[in-house]
Design a binder for this molecule. Structure first.
Ligand SMILES: [Zn+2]
Length: 143
């Protein structure tokens, strides 16, 4: 279905600078920013490298999976989302820590474990003030 035919609600992709949803059906991924001088990776984009102050940062795709560093469960999430909602920080092998929602049905939230492997997916992260669904990155457990 063409999303433009639905004129009541649109889907808006948020963070196009560092979240890629390929048109060809391949899985989505995040973009890290690698310092050309010292090699350290950052996410999201920063104006300069906080380690060496270089302003030469280049985009590099991150791997699609990381390990859960920590998480919490919100009972009052953003508008348009159902409670309870898990949010966490995921450590990528490239050395960046990314905060995001964890896509888990409420009855399975108890199965979330620190250290578990999660993968990037595209999903609704909130509604904007016009009721549009805002799409960005979320994480689901790797089966
Ligand atoms: Zn640097």
């Amino acid at each position: 279905m063409d999303k433009n035919q639905n004129n009541e609600q649109q889907q808006i992709v948020f963070h196009p600078d560092f979240f890629v949803v390929p048109d060809n059906g391949e899985k989505p991924y995040l973009i890290g920013f690698s310092c050309k001088k010292c090699g350290k990776m950052w996410f999201p984009k920063l104006p300069i490298c906080p380690d060496c102050w270089s302003d030469e940062l280049e985009k590099k795709p991150l791997g699609r999976t990381g390990k859960l560093y920590t998480y919490t469960v919100m009972n009052v999430p953003q508008p348009g989302l159902k409670a309870p909602l898990a949010v966490g920080y995921i450590d990528f092998p490239e050395g960046v820590r990314v905060g995001a929602q964890i896509d888990m049905p409420p009855e399975k939230i108890g199965e979330i474990k620190i250290g578990m492997e999660l993968e990037v997916v595209a999903g609704v992260v909130r509604q904007d003030s016009n009721g549009n669904k805002v799409i960005s990155y979320r994480f689901i457990p790797v089966c």
